[in-house]
Write a new protein. Structure first.
Ligand code: HEC
Ligand code: HEC
Length: 330
């Protein structure tokens, strides 16, 4: 009798699992609509120049989308063709940064301005898929989004085909059950004037340079923010060295935080000095020593870095000692 009961349970389990597998296989490839922002590229050289600054410095698009054959230079923040190919290989799957040069067939040449804007602001890809959340740029202002797209359009097209994302089974389950396009969670401004103030620094740290997304503790499964903003403690397994865990430091002025170590000029000098962690390779592909886009951030203007300092300085000190930024994997 016991055997029969257990067998029954087991049978149900298998059916349940198979059902789940079937459900995931059938439903991971969901599509979504998203508003098409009314953004139009411009050919004004000043707008294109602003876009270039966003792409290679403040919003660091180039560190992922820069030509993978010159990946060391991309990590260093150099201005490269945005022909893509860098692979982010994580448990949910392999995500290749696409070619975002204006080539008609292999790049964004056939995308409309609205489609590019929707990808960045609403996380909906051109084909309606929810983009995996690598690009938290929902709150970039209309003017800066216009500038970015204007720069993308102004580049030389490069013909270069890459594989699209390949989900693992875990990734498919995530895509079937939880992955939804990420829309703005608060007001997006039409225009925000860059100035060396804490207020503008807040915009850079949250919405453009993404200091917030990495220097705040998060649940590693859901991505949900669980720590106080800028208190650090988020862990990244090193891509370049499997024995090392990278931990983001607290960026506030508490004795346990980075700002207690630097005055304004010292902080700017530290960001300009760049990373001390060597890049490496994983499965034969180049990978950065740290996920922090040091090269691009180090190319931000003095005024922008000053604004970030003033913003971090204005925060209440957070008492949170996250230990060394490089720790042995437990
Ligand atoms: C951390 C790496 C990273 C950064 C930084 C990054 N991207 Fe991406 N981008 C990706 C990956 C990976 C994909 C593919 C995502 C997917 O298929 O789910 C992608 C997809 C795209 C797409 C294609 C959307 C579609 O419809 O298929 C565009 C356009 C794009 N990125 C533009 C940008 C721009 C502009 C920036 C800077 C403002 C930027 N990206 C910054 C990694 C990055
Ligand atoms: C993609 C994730 C990511 C982003 C974005 C990011 N950081 Fe980091 N940051 C890290 C990690 C991981 C470390 C620890 C490893 C290292 O030093 O690179 C770090 C280290 C640091 C350090 C300490 C360096 C030292 O001397 O030990 C400072 C300061 C810092 N980040 C500031 C910032 C600021 C300011 C921004 C936004 C302009 C920012 N970070 C954006 C991940 C990130």
């Amino acid at each position: 009798v016991l055997k029969k009961v257990l067998g029954g349970f087991f049978g149900l389990g298998v059916v349940g699992v198979l059902g789940f597998v079937g459900f995931v296989q059938m439903s991971y490839d969901r599509t979504f609509d998203g508003p098409m922002p009314d953004i139009k590229a411009s050919d004004d050289p000043a707008v294109i120049e602003r876009g270039k600054y966003m792409v290679f410095a403040a919003a660091h698009c180039g560190t992922c989308h820069g030509d993978v054959d010159q990946h060391e230079k991309a990590i260093a923040g150099e201005e490269l063709p945005l022909s893509g190919g860098f692979v982010i290989d994580i448990p949910p799957g392999k995500f290749t940064a696409p070619n975002i040069t204006p080539d008609e067939e292999t790049g964004i040449g056939s995308f409309t301005d609205g489609e590019i804007a929707r990808a960045l602001r609403y996380g909906v890809g051109r084909d309606g898929r929810a983009l995996f959340p690598f690009m938290p740029f929902q709150h970039i202002s209309d003017d800066d989004l216009t500038a970015i797209i204007s720069y993308l359009r102004a580049q030389e097209p490069v013909k270069r085909e890459h594989p699209r994302r390949e989900f693992s089974f875990i990734g498919k389950a995530v895509a079937a059950l939880v992955l939804e396009p990420e829309a703005p969670s608060r007001e997006v401004h039409e225009s925000i004037t860059p100035e060396p103030t804490a207020e503008y620094g807040r915009h850079l740290a949250y919405d453009v340079a993404n200091c917030y997304g990495c220097h705040t503790d998060r649940d590693l499964m859901s991505g949900e923010f669980i720590g106080e903003p800028f208190g650090g403690g988020l862990k990244f397994p090193s891509e370049a060295d499997p024995t090392v865990m990278l931990v983001t430091p607290n960026l506030t002025k508490h004795a346990t935080g980075m700002l207690s170590r630097y005055d304004e000029d010292g902080f700017i000098a530290r960001l300009r000095a760049g990373t001390t962690i060597a890049n490496g390779t994983k499965n034969g592909l180049p990978v950065p020593g740290t996920p922090m886009p040091w090269g691009a951030i180090g190319k931000m203007t003095d005024d922008d870095l000053r604004a970030i300092y003033l913003f971090l300085e204005s925060l209440d000190p957070i008492d949170k000692d996250n230990g060394a930024t490089q720790q042995p994997v437990e």
